[in-house]
Design a protein around this ligand. Structure first.
Ligand SMILES: *Cc1c(COP(=O)(O)O)cnc(C)c1O
Length: 397
């Protein structure tokens, strides 16, 4: 089995580049140059120096003693929550901005749903003094005011998408329209392992620093590089792809992804793409997605804004189809319980997204001698309002 992308940008049956003709030149330019640029030694040096000095890498691999006692196994948390800007997303935006500079691009666009990717993009544009436009659904702009403020503080222009449901997919359409109109000078920073080839592979490679570090850190701590299982939450799938990357060919390492099932996979309020999705094209990529009988994308729902995506990266669709990966659906309530537990047991307030990965520990019973690495993709400060509402609700019952 092969879990790397082929020359046409496919992982098995999934991937490709279903782009409008007007974008062909840009996408082809990326396809032809990304690997060459990424693996130049000067690029690697600049990338790694920024990850070290600006992002704060390597992030710790922390043995969670009390959590391990509770679940009677050995749980290590990969602390992506300690990165600058509070999540893994910055690994990718640093990589892409360096790539954009080398391609001679002078303008950056991005789309964002919850605003997390928008903030990570605005951050690196400030760092590099490059113009930044972030497309965001009008509804999301209202829902995510603190992240909109962060982007503006960082000097980005936040452009509302006023069509359709005024959420992420509409922002994506606007971003693609902009890219078509400004293809000569603009790079489009996609925030997860989604979109047309080469984005899924490129983003997975930038995020693969996560599993590269895990290997070294496990070796130092316990004398072996491979855990028995790696667990990560999956929205588009970039933190999971990064945490899985260097274990893809290690067949005895279980790769476990947690999707958001929202209120439940049968409720119509869900984002569990692999559980209820079917093959189709979204974001210029063939993958699994949530769609109605007419092939129109259905609006996803999850309590965690970062998992609220109606598709999934083609790598994960392939890992699921070939059974190399195991994908579980986690409800809002299960994620919340897992979040509260981590706060109490370890003194770490996790992002709601990451809490979906934590909830897997309730669903899979690991053995006492097994080594489990759980990717804690982000910190929970941004979710405080949600946590406060839930606490207020449980105090009144
Ligand atoms: C955006 C986000 C995610 C989901 O994105 P992936 O591409 O699936 O990793 C997960 N966790 C956090 C903290 C996020 O901000």
């Amino acid at each position: 089995m092969n879990y790397q992308v082929d020359e046409k940008g496919y992982y098995g049956n999934f991937g490709g580049a279903f782009i409008p003709e007007l974008l062909y030149k840009n996408v082809q330019e990326l396809q032809e140059n990304y690997l060459k640029i990424m693996y130049e030694s000067a690029f690697q040096k600049e990338f790694n120096d920024l990850l070290h000095d600006y992002v704060g890498r390597p992030t710790p691999l922390y043995f969670a003693k009390r959590l391990s006692e509770k679940y009677k196994t050995n749980i290590y948390l990969k602390r992506e929550d300690l990165n600058h800007t509070g999540a893994h997303k910055i690994n990718n935006t640093i990589g892409q901005i360096l790539l954009a500079k080398r391609l001679g691009k002078t303008r950056i666009i991005a789309e964002t749903g919850a605003g997390q990717h928008g903030v990570a993009t605005a951050t690196v544009c400030a760092l590099m003094n490059i113009e930044c436009l972030v497309y965001m659904g009008e509804v999301d702009i209202k829902r995510q005011a603190p992240n909109v403020a962060r982007m503006k503080l960082l000097g980005a222009k936040v452009v509302p998408a006023t069509c359709g449901s005024k959420t992420l997919k509409d922002a994506t359409n606007e971003a693609i329209r902009d890219w078509i109109n400004n293809s000569h000078n603009t790079h489009y920073i996609i925030g997860s392992v989604v979109g047309p080839h080469p984005y899924p592979d490129m983003v997975a490679r930038f995020q693969s620093v996560i599993s590269e570090e895990i290997k070294k850190q496990l070796k130092d701590k316990i004398g072996r590089e491979n855990p028995d299982a790696v667990i990560a939450c999956v929205g588009g799938g970039s933190n999971a792809a990064g945490a899985f990357y260097h274990f893809l060919d290690e067949q005895h390492v279980r790769l476990i992804g947690a999707e958001a099932s929202g209120q439940g996979i049968d409720t119509g309020h869900t984002a569990a793409t692999l559980a209820i999705g079917t093959p189709g094209v979204i974001h210029a990529c063939k993958t699994m997605l949530m769609q109605d009988e007419y092939g129109q994308i259905t609006e996803p729902y999850s309590i965690s804004a970062g998992l609220d995506y109606p598709g999934i990266g083609p790598l994960h669709a392939h890992l699921n189809e070939t059974k190399r990966g195991e994908f579980l659906s986690i409800t809002d309530d299960e994620a919340l319980q897992a979040a509260f537990l981590l706060c109490k047991l370890e003194g770490i307030i996790p992002a709601l997204e990451s809490s979906h990965a934590l909830a897997v520990l309730e669903k899979i019973k690991f053995k006492e001698n097994e080594i489990i690495v759980l990717n804690l993709s982000g910190r929970g400060d941004k979710d405080l309002e949600t946590y406060m509402k839930v606490m207020a609700r449980s105090e009144t019952v």
